[in-house]
Design a protein around this ligand. Structure first.
Ligand code: WQD
Length: 340
């Protein structure tokens, strides 16, 4: 199929593009490059020896997006385009709602105009309410769409609702919502990977930058959570497993809206991450405990069994694989894509 990959130049998007190309699909990347680099597309082309078609436009602007896509034909959309920094969303809520919600509404409009009914949407575990007492692993039936602590997370929950409501009005729409847990790692070649702009919000890229010497020290956000070592526990999923989950979703589309967790089902604490990354890189990771970060939960780990069963997909790579591959990317690209 020819896939319109919105946000396809980003961290997740570039890995999804690679997996789609290797599966024989054609890929049309639509990206505004507000948080991604052209180099990622070039490297995906080299890695796959395939051509990626590219349209640079801001999907939150309907007129320019409609014009840019007017003569394009595509069979499905994978939508990963949007602003994604939790802290920034608290500081700039209007920009996050305007950008993330409008991009989705526009894409759905353009899909209707092109007669395209297949959609895979990048959602997030952040839509889940904090796990109730005794709930170890979150499955898709867990409460979602309330208790969200930041506008970014709300845009994910609202986009899910927008897609569900539009599907009611357009029964032929075949949509899958993929709730990512914590994406980490890089393609094993080290040619593509996560290249956050500015100070990384997320743990793994921050740890990698400490290991390569770009950051002095990791601040551990609290060590008094009710977890095995007091630090936050998350479900870190290798980005290649995540990308393959999109291919699986594409192959299992059917009328309606289906929701799946993409996670490993295994939790790692912050101290576990520091230890594993130090082992993978052979570098010390100086760190110290500071106050907990507002909005953080103690634990967020997937029950991925629904995706395992219905998408015939399962995360295959270990957390050690993710640390090794992140280190390959970071050591080969100390300053990400821009650093040459
Ligand atoms: C992981 C753990 C922190 C940084 C967020 C979004 C989610 C998705 C992934 C975009 C927590 C601790 C972190 C640091 C730390 N984002 N930590 N020091 O918060 O689970 O999820 O990122 O798609 O939607 O909610 O990920 O990597 O920020 O934090 O101690 O410098 O690491 O407290 O326990 P999070 P994270």
């Amino acid at each position: 199929m020819r896939i319109l990959l919105a946000g396809g130049a980003g961290y997740i998007g570039s890995h999804v593009a690679l997996v789609l190309l290797e599966a024989g699909h054609d890929v049309l990347v639509v990206d505004d490059f507000s948080n991604s680099a052209h180099a990622a597309i070039d490297r995906v082309q080299h890695l796959t020896d395939r051509t990626v078609e590219l349209i640079e436009c801001d999907l939150s602007d309907l007129a320019t997006s409609r014009a840019a896509l007017r003569d394009q034909e595509f069979d499905a959309v994978i939508h990963l385009a949007g602003l994604k920094a939790v802290g920034e969303s608290v500081a700039e809520p209007a920009r996050y709602y305007r950008t993330n919600l409008t991009a989705t509404l526009n894409l759905l409009e353009i899909m209707a105009e092109h007669g395209v009914n297949r959609l895979v949407f990048s959602s997030s575990a952040t839509v889940y309410a904090p796990a109730a007492e005794g709930v170890e692993n979150l499955d898709e039936s867990q409460p979602a769409g309330h208790g969200i602590t930041n506008p970014y997370g709300w845009t994910k929950a609202m986009n899910e609702q927008i897609i569900r409501d539009i599907q009611v009005s357009r029964p032929e729409l075949e949509a899958v919502l993929l709730r990512y847990f914590n994406p980490v790692g890089a393609h094993p070649s080290g040619r593509i990977g996560e290249d956050p702009s500015g100070i990384p919000n997320n743990l793994m890229p921050f740890v990698a930058q400490v290991a390569i010497g770009r950051r002095e020290r990791l601040a551990v956000f609290g060590d008094e959570y009710p977890t095995h070592d007091g630090t936050g526990v998350r479900d870190y999923i290798h980005v290649m497993d995540l990308a393959e989950g999109h291919l699986a979703a594409l192959d299992h589309l059917r009328p309606g809206v289906a929701t799946y967790n993409l996670g490993t089902g295994v939790g790692q604490s912050v101290f576990d991450v520091v230890r594993a990354f130090s082992d993978a890189s052979g570098r010390e990771i100086p760190h110290g405990v500071v106050a907990p970060r507002a909005g953080d939960v103690a634990r967020a780990v997937a029950d991925p069994s629904k995706a395992n069963r219905e998408l015939d997909w399962k995360a295959k790579r270990s957390f050690a694989d993710a640390c090794r591959d992140t280190w390959t990317w970071q050591s080969q690209n100390p300053n990400g894509y821009t650093g040459g």
